[in-house]
Design a protein around this ligand. Structure first.
Ligand code: ADP
Ligand code: MG
Length: 579
């Protein structure tokens, strides 16, 4: 029986669709990249499934993607993208296509509501990476027909992007998925937007999807003219249709760096990362010998919405000899480098490898160690050579990167070297620890820091007064993670980190000022003894001791922690996590 129903899109999805339908997004061409990318993923999944599940009765001998534009004389202008991949069940269609089943949707909605102009909206589209729905930038109606490998009944999904979609069972759907776009009226002034034009489609595939590992085919009309046989006759023109593969299918990670253009890397990045931004950094790595593998990694230029969410997507894909094995292979990259995207192709793993096996695998662990070091050193090189790019990196991923200072003792020194900090030295520049140490006087033995909620709050702290007065540089640490690593006994270049809010900081030692010798300190303590005793008693429940300080130049008093006590931020952090 054919069961048909009309359903409403989820609120977030509706808003997103509305945005797409009325999109001013300048890069409308990208819908094709998204559909081809989905088709390619579906083919990867089917091949893997057929390798793992020997009972799955499917023909995988000719996995491919086809583009089918309507011909010039047809009444409706349509473009169909078809694959014979894994397909979707009816429930999957509802879940994957009918809802925007992605984390970060709520944030996206909130940001969309605030987006003031089209440029802001465009940036959000780019940041969120709108996959399937990008079709509504170019289509008045989208029809998806799919049948999942191993299932009998197919599903047809259709929407004009107006808030509802219809979903129907179909009996004669071929296995795999086709997406047919009923195109918006062509911009006749501008040939640029005619997505039935074969030359246009060919150019788009070359530009966006050339590296796709599966053949992308199109029936191409070829006109040949043969000269007339006899003088005076007209030449003979024949039109034939040939099926052509229009992409080169070269796996980018197996090619050397100088053979691949930045443009090609960029499009590949967008495919593997399901992202719309540009990569900030491209990392290639090739290992030969016992463990052979190739890696192509990217550092994005924009943090995805779900960077701090438990249910993240993306990460590094694992291939074995060009066969896709899994997305988001956590075993290949430590958690604190979770923003890194890309591909690792290992030669000597079983295709049947499971996550449990991966966790134990020596080769995977060796790869992970090497990739980790490579990413950190790449970041450090960027810091030294490309300050603007590094700033972009740090603003997006610094907080995540610094989690490594807590979790990865083996690489802590390299991580510290590659990190940068705000300090009292400059208002809006970042400082590396090497630069900080370079500015230290010989007398200074520690790296001073102060933690807080924001730069402003730290700058206004009374603890800063004496340091400012004496011109001693202080690191401003205001990410929650800073508390965790800075108080864990780390050193940089043999110098410990010291909070200026804790214990005694002997500032006089730093400028050789002898006016506070032991005798004068004793004398001053005697002078203020009564006040100090009274303060100690009056505030008994809240403080452990009241003492005279050299650290204040303007304020009358400040609270100081014991050298080994928790800072207020850390206390708050522990309290928030229920400890
Ligand atoms: P993403 O690709 O980033 O997951 P999309 O919006 O492009 O987001 O696609 C949503 C989901 O719909 C995909 O993750 C996939 O599960 C499913 N899907 C889309 N296109 C296809 C297809 N051609 N074949 C099988 N599943 C598909
Ligand atoms: Mg997609």
């Amino acid at each position: 029986s054919t069961q048909s129903e009309t359903r409403e899109f989820q609120a977030e999805t509706r808003q997103l669709l509305d945005l797409m339908v009325h999109s001013v997004y300048s890069d409308k061409d990208s819908f094709l990249r998204e559909l081809i990318s989905n088709a390619s993923d579906a083919l990867d999944k089917l091949r893997l499934e057929s390798l793992v599940d020997k009972d799955l009765d499917v023909d995988t001998s000719d996995l491919h993607i086809t583009l089918e534009p309507s011909s010039n004389d047809s009444a409706e202008r349509t473009l169909t993208i078809r694959d014979n991949g894994i397909g979707m069940s009816r429930d999957e269609v509802v879940e994957l296509i009918g809802t925007l089943a992605r984390s970060g949707t709520a944030e996206l909605r909130a940001k969309l509501a605030q987006a003031s102009d089209s440029a802001a909206t465009e940036e959000l589209i780019g940041q969120f990476g709108i996959g399937f729905y990008s079709t509504f930038m170019v289509a008045d109606k989208v029809t998806l027909v799919t049948r999942k490998a191993g299932e009998q009944t197919g599903t047809r999904w259709e929407s004009t992007g107006d808030g509802t979609y219809t979903i129907t069972d179909v009996d004669d759907a071929p296995q795999g998925t086709s997406v047919t776009l009923t195109l918006k009226p062509a911009d006749t002034e501008n040939h640029l937007y005619d997505y039935t034009d074969q030359t246009k489609l060919r150019a788009l595939v070359k530009r966006y999807s050339d590296f796709i590992a599966w053949p992308i085919r199109m029936d191409v009309e070829k006109t040949t003219t043969t000269p007339a046989e006899n003088d005076g006759d007209e030449p003979v023109t024949t039109t034939t249709t040939e099926t052509e593969t229009i992409n080169s299918m070269k796996a980018l990670w197996s090619r050397s760096r100088d053979e691949v253009s930045d443009e090609e890397y960029k499009e590949f990045y967008r495919h593997v990362a399901h992202a719309w931004d540009d990569p900030l950094e491209i990392i290639t790595l090739k290992a030969e010998g016992t463990f052979e593998y190739q890696a192509l990694l990217f550092i994005p230029s924009q943090a995805p919405f779900d960077l701090f969410m438990r249910e993240r997507t993306g990460g590094v894909q694992l291939y074995v000899k060009r066969v896709f094995i899994m997305d988001d292979c956590d075993e290949l990259m430590p958690e604190y480098l979770r923003f890194v995207k890309g591909v690792v192709d290992a030669a000597d793993l079983s295709l049947n490898v499971s996550r449990e096996i991966l966790q134990q695998d020596r080769q995977i662990r060796a790869i992970r160690r090497r990739l980790t070091k490579k990413v950190i050193s790449t970041v450090d090189e960027m810091r030294a050579a490309r300050p603007d790019d590094y700033r972009t990196f740090w603003d997006n991923f610094g907080r995540v990167f610094k989690e490594g200072l807590v979790n990865d003792a083996d690489n802590r020194d390299a991580l510290l070297k590659a990190s940068a900090f705000e300090t009292s030295h400059a208002a809006d520049e970042l400082t590396s620890l090497a630069d900080y140490v370079g500015r230290m006087s010989d007398a200074q033995k520690s790296i001073y820091y102060l933690t807080g909620e924001s730069r402003q709050q730290i700058e206004n702290s009374p603890h800063m007064e004496a340091f400012r007065a004496k011109g001693i540089e202080v690191l401003f640490l205001h990410d929650p993670v800073d508390e965790m690593w800075v108080s864990s006994g780390v050193e940089f270049d043999g110098k410990p980190f010291r909070s200026i809010a804790k214990g005694e900081v002997d500032l006089d030692e730093l400028d050789g000022d002898a006016s506070t010798s032991d005798e004068s300190t004793d004398a001053r303590n005697a002078e203020f003894e009564e006040l100090l005793t009274w303060l100690g008693e009056a505030l008994d429940a809240d403080i452990s001791e009241a003492r005279l300080s050299h650290r204040l130049t303007e304020s009358a008093a400040c609270l100081v922690g014991d050298t080994y006590s928790m800072s207020p931020q850390l206390e708050r952090l522990y309290r928030a996590s229920g400890q």
